[in-house]
Design a protein around this ligand. Sequence first.
Ligand SMILES: [Zn+2]
Length: 203
Amino acid sequence: MSGVRVDHAVTSGTFSLDGETHQVDNNLWVVGDDQECLVIDAPHSVEDILAVVGDRRVKAIVCTHAHDDHVRVAPALREAVRAPILLHPDDRPLWELTHTDELWDADLSDGQVIEIGDTSLTVLHTPGHAPGAVCLWSADLGCVFTGDTLFQGGPGATGRSFSDRPTIEASIKAKLFALPGDTVVHTGHGDDTTIAAEAAALA
Ligand SMILES: [Zn+2]
């Protein structure tokens, strides 16, 4: 039995790219035990994130990709909790659209294992929605955090700059549909789904 749990909240703000701005609700995921946790993405509000973290030590801020609705408050959160920001380096062009004078702290890579409490998350590089998009899979917890790569109802958006539909489909089929079918998918926006449900829909 793992003492690690998943905490969740929804936080609201904006997403801007290619000269358009949209109002968005982002899922906020925190994975950890009573002592320490990982924050997955840093959308919109440091206060909202800290409310979920509580008095736990933040081990790292792990970014699923660098769209501004996922990383806008990452540097401010880093300042508040003194934890490193982790991002796949292929998302540097997107990161620099939001943060021009500061970088993240350490690169994510495919297959990397991030330990938390008595369990771990495995990094799956899943380009397509963004070149450096990653998913974070926990076999122990039976879930995967997909950011904007896979939603309930299908792949994430690929209509904007730095996105590509064939690439996201290839990523999802190779990396996500290889996971057990009952794996719960915790998305960047909207409701949970499962790998089996989405595999059936995209077949
Ligand atoms: Zn996105």
